[in-house]
Write a protein that binds this ligand. Structure first.
Ligand SMILES: C[S@@+](CC[C@H](N)C(=O)[O-])C[C@H]1O[C@@H](n2cnc3c(N)ncnc32)[C@H](O)[C@@H]1O
Length: 319
């Protein structure tokens, strides 16, 4: 695991937050750190500090094995992915704890590598079924889930975009990535997108088959993108086979593309594919209202199923 490598530790590690998304509010982290701070008034513990320059990205507290938990492990606390006010609280606790109990080691890590390591931890917890109390999903074979024909279909869209003068490069986010079938086409372009999806079982499936990159796959609601990523965080935001988009559920999909438009940078590329023309018209109208200039492209084929229509455009206006 990247975290163990970065910190050069062999023991198990556990974050106190139960999911990647709860790293935004860090309620449990702050609660535990308050307890740790009080405890350190009288006792000393083994502590590691992860830092990026002067900023404390994380603290690791050693827990020696005991009768009820006979394994040594490190508890990991981080505020690096938290919202601004929570981050300030984390750093205040961290500096107080470090002054009460100097760390036995400090490890310098870039913020990006730390984020990858945290993310990988939750991906591994997910795929090892540690985040689900019961799992009744049977593993399926690679060939029964992933289709080379579909990956090629997405790759052909990228080829068409190249001919139209659009380039997919830089910081890429894929929304609603499912099990990573469409992500495979992005990987083949040499991109390393953050791929996010609401359904944890499909993410688990993509991780299980080694398709999704555990450092970059997120279980998250795309309606909440702007809560987790700053405006302009990405050069490209894509989503494949969104929908089905009907009148009765269109607010969900409009919400998702609006969120995508918030986190893409000005001049950044947005690309969404769907099955039918009415669906792409709904999304295109929403995107234009969100300051995206672009076009609807007819990509229909004889199969008539995947990625039949797409909208591609650039964000021209920050709203
Ligand atoms: C038709 S699948 C497409 C999956 C993949 N992009 C592909 O092309 O193979 C649509 C995906 O959108 C996901 N989805 C629906 N609502 C979502 C939300 N609010 N946030 C993130 N993903 C969502 C679904 O779980 C589903 O995996």
């Amino acid at each position: 695991m990247l975290l163990q490598e970065l910190l050069d530790i062999g023991e198990e590690i556990y974050f106190v937050e139960e999911s990647y998304t709860s790293q935004r509010n860090i309620g449990s982290t702050l609660h535990y750190l308050e307890g740790v701070q009080a405890f350190l008034e009288n006792q000393k513990v083994r502590l590691l500090r992860v830092r990026n320059g002067e900023q404390t990205l994380g603290l690791l507290l050693f827990n020696p094995g005991e009768e009820d938990v006979p394994v040594d492990f490190w508890s990991v606390f981080t505020g690096a992915l938290a919202g601004a006010s929570q981050k300030v609280k984390f750093e205040a606790f961290a500096s107080s704890i470090l002054s009460l109990n100097p760390p036995e080691r400090e490890v310098e890590v870039s913020s990006e590598l730390w984020r990858d390591a945290v993310n990988e931890y939750y991906s591994l917890m997910l795929v090892n079924r540690n985040l689900c109390s019961e799992c009744s999903t049977r593993p399926e074979s690679y060939g029964s889930i992933f289709s080379e024909q579909r990956v090629n279909r997405v790759s052909e869209i990228f080829h068409d975009l190249g001919n139209k003068g659009f380039s997919l490069e830089g910081r890429v986010l894929e929304v609603c990535c499912g099990n990573g079938m469409s992500t495979l086409a992005l990987y083949r372009l040499g991109l390393d997108p953050i791929a996010m999806e609401l359904n944890k079982c499909t993410v688990c499936q993509g991780l299980e088959h080694g398709v999704l990159n555990p450092k970059k796959a997120l279980v998250m609601d795309a309606m909440q993108l702007s809560r987790y990523f700053e405006p302009g965080s990405f050069d490209v935001v894509v989503g494949f086979m969104l929908g089905l988009v009907y009148e009765f559920n269109k607010d969900l999909w409009i919400g998702i593309v609006n969120e995508a438009a918030k986190v893409v940078t000005e001049g950044g590329l947005l690309l969404f594919t769907v099955k039918s023309r009415p669906e792409i018209e709904i999304l295109a109208e929403a995107l234009r209202r969100a300051g995206v200039e672009g076009e609807i492209v007819d990509n229909t084929d004889a199969d008539g199923v995947f990625d039949q229509w797409y909208f591609v455009g650039k964000k021209v206006l920050c709203k």
